[in-house]
Write a protein that binds this ligand. Structure first.
Ligand code: SF4
Ligand code: SF4
Length: 95
């Protein structure tokens, strides 16, 4: 039997390469975020792209870490979502 522990998501994310676009490809409308009660984007994103600062009442979007999985666009219609420009964004390696 194989007793190897599954690799942690943080370790997997560490292996990815990114070419950061100069333009953010994830654009939530901030006035609607203020009214949003559960801030689901901060929970669902596997790359921890969205963080809400309660004291400043501000959502930060670290788009350079995005995996382009599309989960946030499914759970929130307030996010204007697009892919980064061609050649930019996350680069997955095989194996
Ligand atoms: S992006 Fe969507 S889920 Fe996230 S805080 Fe704004 S409205 Fe809420
Ligand atoms: S597309 Fe996926 S990785 Fe990118 S911000 Fe949305 S949930 Fe996070």
């Amino acid at each position: 039997m194989d007793n190897k522990q599954p690799e942690k998501i943080e370790d997997k994310l560490f292996k990815l390469k990114y070419k950061t676009d100069t333009v953010c490809h994830l654009l939530p409308e901030s006035s609607k975020c203020l009214q949003c009660i559960d801030k689901t984007c901060t929970i669902i994103c596997p790359a921890n792209v969205y963080n809400y600062n309660e004291a400043e009442k501000k959502l930060t979007v670290s788009y350079e870490k995005c995996l382009e999985c599309g989960a946030c666009r499914l759970i929130c219609k307030n996010i204007k979502w697009s892919y980064p420009k061609s050649g930019k964004g996350v680069h997955f390696k095989k194996g």
